[in-house]
Design a protein around this ligand. Structure first.
Ligand code: UDP
Ligand code: MG
Length: 318
């Protein structure tokens, strides 16, 4: 997607929005307060990820008030990662800040991030969670487990990282050149490399509304992340097969020797146990392979990552 005109603002701020109608004005005002003092040209790109509430109406209204605000409405809910992609494709700034639309990513950090990029020479400035804020025990445990597995399998330590980042233009270009359909923004940025700096922040409470991420959605994102960043699980299946082969040889020889010496015991329990263990290992292994086939299936279909229903500046809603 081409930028809308040949302008190139100093900074773009991209926010994916799903059911954030209630506090959108407040969010935009807080970002203005943080960015305006930089005295640089900037644009705000709001992507409505198919919200069922009045988020889009609010975006349209705000875009009439603020000339530097651009809104995009996706044709349905494609998920945060796809919405981010829509925003990044439209951002024209020399640097792009990506953040959440619920003030859990404090806009006051933006000037510091800009300073690290402009004066510190960083290509990627990441806001790292000092404190994860209030969340349920299941979420906390799940995220620990997810980051541990991802680190073990793919070698990326993403613990406490967030989607609140400043990216230099060339990092954005590099990100956009990655062609996959199974998007995991944070991991893809980590894969890119470049010079990075960190700023620390405490995650405040959501201003209002509820999180758009259910547990099922988080699990799906975790599986996408792990299967698109590592194929070690597939080699794990081979390894498992190797270990079972060793056992098979040892037990096989022992069984034959016992039989020959007439000492074979009736091993009904052993047979049942072996069947159950091997059965579940086989099914898990098939499942792991299936997971990768599903990813490949998704990739080869080559469907667009998202579809746009409306954009501010268009003639308006029918
Ligand atoms: N979001 C989105 N699409 C979705 C779910 C969430 O664009 O399907 C946006 C949401 O509006 C917010 C950001 O992604 O700006 C983070 O979402 P949320 O606050 O619900 O997640 P949490 O903070 O609980 O991880
Ligand atoms: Mg949030």
């Amino acid at each position: 997607m081409q930028p809308r005109s040949d302008r190139e603002p100093f900074l773009s701020v991209v926010i994916p929005l799903f059911r954030e109608e209630q506090h959108l004005e407040k969010v935009v005002a807080r970002i203005r307060e943080a960015v305006d003092p930089l005295q640089q040209s900037w644009e705000l790109i709001l992507v409505d990820d198919g919200s069922p509430d009045g988020t889009w109406k609010k975006i349209r209204r705000l875009s009439e008030e603020h000339a530097n605000l651009h809104g995009v409405r996706l044709s349905r809910n494609f998920g945060k990662e796809a919405a981010l992609c829509a925003g990044l494709e439209r951002a024209a700034g020399k640097a792009v800040v990506v953040m959440d639309g619920d003030l859990q990513h404090p806009p006051d950090l933006i000037p510091e991030m800009v300073r690290l990029w402009r004066d510190g020479g960083a290509d990627v400035v990441e806001a790292v969670k000092d404190h994860r804020g209030r969340e349920s025990a299941v979420n906390r445990l799940g995220s620990h487990l997810f980051y541990a597995v991802l680190n073990l399998l793919a070698g990326y330590d993403l613990k406490n990282t967030s989607d609140f980042k400043l990216l230099d233009r060339r990092v954005v270009q590099a990100w956009l050149s990655m062609g996959e359909r199974n998007l995991f923004f944070r991991g893809m940025v980590a894969w890119l490399g470049y010079r990075r700096e960190e700023v620390r922040f405490r995650v405040p409470e959501r201003v209002a509304g509820t999180s758009g991420f259910s547990l099922a959605r988080l699990v799906r994102l975790a599986i996408t992340a792990i299967s698109s960043f590592s194929s070690i699980t597939l080699h794990g299946v081979t390894l498992l097969g190797g270990i079972f082969l060793v056992f098979a040889v040892v037990l096989g020889v022992q069984t034959v020797v016992n039989k020959a010496s007439g000492e074979a015991v009736s091993g009904f329990t052993t047979v049942i146990l072996l069947q159950l263990i091997i059965g579940s290992m086989l099914m898990i292994s098939l499942g792991v392979i299936g997971e990768y086939i599903a990813r490949i299936f998704n990739e080869v279909k080559q469907r667009p990552r998202y579809l746009v229903r409306d954009e501010t500046g268009d003639s308006g809603d029918r």
